[in-house]
Design a binder for this molecule. Sequence first.
Ligand code: NAD
Length: 243
Amino acid sequence: MSTQPKDIYLVIGGSGFLGRHIVDKLLARGDSVSIFDIVQRYHDVPFYSGDISEEAQVAQAVQKSGATCIMHVASPPHGIDDPALYWKVNVDGTQAVINAAIANGVRKLVFTSSAGVVFNGEDLVNIDERLTPPEKSMDAYNESKAKGEQLVLAANGKGGLLTVALRPSGIFGPGDRQVMHGLSQVFARNQTHFQIGDNTNLFDWTYVTNVAHAHLLAADKLVPPKQLTEEETQSIINYYLPT
Ligand code: NAD
């Protein structure tokens, strides 16, 4: 049996597609959960209105909700032409979340990064989480997500905060407002007879409830590390050495 006290969750970006599925999963297993977002779409859990780039607003939500675990899912959507907004939310905003978490004794921070942070324009085959972002990101969105991820991972252990970042690839499922919307527009414009490339490209897609499940598993596994034996330490080092 776990000796860890049960967490109280704050889902930042919980009004969005993935965020809502995370909220649903937490509610289904009987956890206490609140949402922090710039827009309110649901009224079944405590809601804190605010912008993550305003540290005081995040801190207030953390204090009022009593959160011990933050799921930081918020981001502007991919594909908009506003590098400054991406930086403000995904970099400065993520730093504000980290600061508010540490200042208020939050134990865990799970950050939704993106598989796009490692794209370099070339095919990526059989890669895993050991791949680091390229020097030049594909676009401003991925650059800001990579920087946000870096900040979150660097904060691990600071003030007792434990952190983890997940890199989902394409996400599909109920509630999506981006992928299927774009696809249906292509159909509506009768643009289905175009083919780009030789039709051999593969791309990973994950069903949204599986991505939400991964967030809960990541949070559950964020516990203070046990004292490792020398052998265990060496096997971890070997795993992360470039192959
Ligand atoms: P979404 O747009 O549906 O949800 C994002 C939520 O964040 C929205 O509710 C939005 O209001 C909120 N938000 C945006 N800016 C904010 C701010 N400054 N302060 C507070 N809240 C803010 O997006 P989604 O598809 O659910 O994506 C969730 C996360 O997953 C994002 O971090 C995204 O980068 C990542 N991701 C998504 C995909 C995908 O295919 N959808 C793939 C990889 C990674």
